[in-house]
Design a protein around this ligand. Structure first.
Ligand code: TYD
Length: 394
């Protein structure tokens, strides 16, 4: 075990007012490192039906993600699909269909696989054909019976999968001889470097560096032939996989593996240091918030991302510090943050706010966009407290 974040409610289990007095289920949130395959992972696994069947995170609520997806679809289309006869794109964990909508605009056939019933329904209503299920080798085989996918995409979802072996088996069948599997996952090196400990929560079972991915794909006769760094979600890698020898492996693969070795991912020491820094972070943030409170200023949370809930629960920040939280996701508004019970309001709540108000930026991954968007709040004297990697007022 390399980090213990205590017992926490699932980070996306926002609650209704009527549930404020009932006891929420909490589960241990602990990070483990495997000295054999070097995968960093949770071993306390919360039932996936419970976590994902009704899901409040909507891709379309975060403008920067939608922009990222528009660019992403175009790049991949040009690199792998353009000129092909009726390319077919399957997305695993397709959420509200935001990314597939971009592929559809480019003229490809599409299919979404999405376990959240509420999101699959939303996607289907906007004509993004979506099957409401968890992806598995069985599902992969079923789709491949009618046709192989030219491209399988999975964004921010491979880390959520409990049985990675079964996933790879499904991918191998689904992409057939010539298809490509491309996924994006938050990168462990960034998580450690930038102290993004709040991205550790029950939904995220694996925290990937490239090495365990290469080991896993090799076992299925697949090959990582390229890897690229992306800036979304605090630092992500985009990994390109196909059947062995379909593509010439790019130098990037060796480069990433060498860098990871140099960075020290194959030694427990780096995780020990990380764990000490996380504990220091809590002390620093609490001190900062106590100073602000003594100055009689009002503090609110900016954004109600899952990661914000980990931060709030780990640091014991409840309504004695934060008056409320604002968030653009309609499904979250009117609810309360899990564990800490802070009410969530639409962003309009801060329209008249300025001096004497401090926004704790829980959605710190969108810092530049949000600071730009909230110019008015800042011009009127409002300040942002950016928590990660070390609390700073801007
Ligand atoms: P995100 O960081 O994408 O995800 P996670 O839940 O995985 O940590 O979530 C960002 C949250 O912040 C999401 O609920 C939408 C919200 N948000 C705002 O309220 N305002 C904004 O300007 C942006 C970009 C996001």
């Amino acid at each position: 075990m390399v980090l213990d974040l205590g017992e926490q409610p699932p980070a996306n289990s926002f609650i209704d007012q009527s549930e404020l007095n009932s006891t929420e289920p909490k589960f241990p949130l602990r990070l483990f490192w495997c000295p054999n395959c070097f995968l960093v992972q949770l071993l306390d696994i919360v039932d996936k039906e419970y976590l994902f069947k009704n899901y409040l995170y909507m891709t379309s609520a975060s403008k920067p993600i939608v922009e990222h997806f528009t660019k992403y679809a175009k790049e991949i289309y040009e690199e792998f699909l353009q000129g092909k006869d009726d390319p077919f794109v399957v997305e695993i964990g397709s959420n509200d269909g935001s990314l597939l909508a971009e592929f559809k605009k480019l003229g490809t056939s599409i299919l979404g696989i999405e376990p959240a019933t509420n999101l699959a329904k939303l996607a289907n209503q906007s004509n993004i054909t979506t099957t409401n299920t968890f992806f598995s080798s069985k599902v992969g085989k079923e789709i491949a019976k009618s046709r192989n996918a030219s491209l399988v995409v999975a964004n921010n979802v491979i880390g959520h999968v409990e049985d990675l072996q079964d996933l790879m088996e499904g991918i191998k069948i689904l992409i057939g001889e010539n298809g490509v599997f491309i996924f994006e996952v938050p990168y462990l090196v960034d998580l450690i470097k930038k102290l993004e400990f709040d991205t550790i929560y029950h939904e995220h079972l694996s925290y990937f560096s490239l090495l365990p991915i290469v080991n896993l794909t090799n076992r299925y006769g697949l090959e990582v032939f390229n890897v690229r760094k992306q800036s979304v979600h605090g630092g992500t890698i985009r990994v390109f996989i196909s059947q062995k020898n379909n593509f010439k492996a790019k130098d990037s693969v060796k480069h990433f593996l060498d860098e990871e070795q140099r960075f020290g991912l194959s030694d427990i020491e780096i995780y020990r240091i990380f764990s000490v820094k996380v504990a220091e972070f809590k002390r620093k943030l609490k001190t900062e918030l106590e100073i602000i409170k003594k100055e009689n200023k009002s503090i609110f949370g900016y954004g109600a991302p899952a990661k914000g809930n980990v931060l709030l629960n780990y640091c014991d920040i409840d309504t004695s510090f934060l008056d409320y939280v604002i968030d653009t996701t309609p499904l979250k508004q009117g609810k309360y943050t899990p564990g800490t019970h802070i009410p969530i309001f639409p962003p309009e709540k801060i329209l008249d706010k300025g001096a004497g108000h401090i926004a704790l930026l829980l959605a710190w991954n969108y810092e530049s966009e949000i600071l730009e968007k909230e110019k008015q709040f800042r011009e009127k004297g409002g300040k942002f407290l950016i928590p990660i990697p070390t609390p700073i007022i801007k």
